[in-house]
Design a protein around this ligand. Structure first.
Ligand code: CTP
Length: 402
């Protein structure tokens, strides 16, 4: 069931390490490609060789032991993973992660990954109930980490209580559920997504553009397709590859994007305007390369069509979702755009925030919408965020129609 899924298992030092060997074995048997990272304390309990044999992959434990000179191991593992499991997770690793400490192979990888991270704590019952541990768990929960709660029973230290690492079979079941194909709520729907920047030509060798990488738009298109939609991705010039399950329409200027969107609009159910469309273009496009002249120069600009606002004035049955990149008063401006452009939802982000906005792999946004919807999404990978945004909007729409 887990064929082709890439899972990193971070093993930290507690008596439950022996159960992690069984966990890695079961994940591998289920078809997953598993790579294990161990802390020094974990190696006091079990040799890396056990995990190597179970995963049939190299085991990582030293940040400075670079097995492959063409990559940086902890970044490579962080990027490779579809899912990261920390099992067992000690109070120590939970504390370090909650405070952003990265001083070994496990914690550097955990900080570098944008994949979903699940933490399976295992420790003495009193340690688990300690105020500092509880605080750290609450912080990590707020930061978007998920937890596999320890179960109750006999603990290695002699106590009976909550603190046992969840059984490997149960963890494998949770992982399988996580990866199993979900229902397809957008089946039968046509979703049009715009992405990337536009280019507004000045002359044959120059143009006006912006820093949009297309990553968020491509993630939205991929999410729509994975939820079952027939997905049309209308993209300005970017250097990333389109998902295989969408139809790509490449455009250059705001005008071309406008025409491409209009062509799809009547038959679209949802239009998602992620593109960073130029608001202005040069009034005159020179047929020949402009030669420099003595003194300053200026270019007269004219407005492009505001595609979202135009669709807002034309919409009949379509659901319109816009994006707003802001540097201040994010929610206030997003609400203004929602009303002005007659959109149903605006997804707003503060592009000045670290790890948000143009070019990054992560994003933190606020969804604002009709019926006073205002929901914040903390830093997540753009892929994960795109899925969560669409699922939230689908639920809001379903509830609205009830
Ligand atoms: N948009 C559009 N056509 C344009 C400009 C913007 O369709 N010519 C869409 C974007 O795709 C996005 C939303 O409008 O979904 C918000 O874009 P933004 O540039 O942030 O807003 P503006 O309306 O340009 O407002 P301002 O310049 O005041 O921030």
């Amino acid at each position: 069931m887990l064929t082709s899924k890439k899972i990193v298992v971070c093993v930290t030092g507690g008596i439950a390490v022996y159960k992690a060997v069984a966990l890695v074995s079961k994940l591998t048997q289920a078809g997953a490609n598993v790579k294990v990272i161990m802390t020094k304390s974990a190696m006091e309990f079990v040799q890396p060789l056990s995990f190597q044999a179970m995963s049939r992959n190299d085991v990582f434990f030293d940040t400075f032991d670079e097995k492959d000179s063409s990559v940086i191991a902890h970044i490579n593992l962080a990027d490779w993973a579809d899912l990261v499991l920390v099992a067992p997770a000690t109070a120590n690793v939970i504390g370090k992660l909650a405070h952003g400490i990265a001083d070994d192979m496990v914690t550097t990888t955990l900080l570098a990954t944008t994949a979903k991270v699940w933490i399976a704590p295992a420790m003495n019952v009193h340690m688990y109930e300690n105020a500092a541990v509880k605080r750290n768990i609450a912080q990590l929960d707020k930061d978007g980490y998920s937890f596999i709660e320890p179960s109750e029973g006999f603990l290695a230290c002699g106590y009976v209580g909550k603190g046992r690492l969840e059984e490997p079979e149960k963890i494998v079941q949770l992982v399988e559920d996580y990866f199993s194909p979900k229902e397809l709520p957008l089946k039968g729907q046509k979703v049009v997504v715009t992405a990337g920047p536009t280019r507004e030509r000045i002359d044959p060798v120059r143009f006006l553009t912006n820093f949009s990488s297309g990553k968020m738009g491509y993630a939205m298109a991929s999410a729509a397709a994975s939820l079952g939609a027939e997905t049309i991705l209308i993209s300005g010039p970017v250097s990333i590859e389109a998902p295989s399950n969408v139809k790509l329409v490449s455009v250059e200027s705001a005008q071309e994007m406008y025409e491409a969107v209009l062509e799809q609009f009547d038959t679209a159910n949802i239009v998602i305007k992620t593109a960073a469309v130029a608001d202005y273009r040069p009034k005159d496009v020179h047929a020949q390369k402009m030669k420099k002249q003595p003194g300053d120069a200026s270019i007269a600009l004219e407005r492009t069509t505001d595609i979202l606002a135009d669709l807002g004035s034309k919409k009949t049955h379509q659901l319109l979702i816009g994006f707003a990149a802001e540097t201040n008063d994010v929610v206030h401006y997003a609400k203004g755009k929602l009303a002005k452009k007659n959109a149903d939802y605006i997804i707003a982000n503060d592009v000045t925030e670290a790890g948000s906005g143009f070019g990054t792999d992560t994003n933190a946004v606020t969804l604002v919408g009709k019926n006073n919807v205002e929901k914040h999404f903390p830093h997540l990978s753009k892929k994960e965020l795109a899925i969560q945004l669409l699922q939230t909007i689908i639920k809001l729409e379903t509830d609205d129609k009830k």
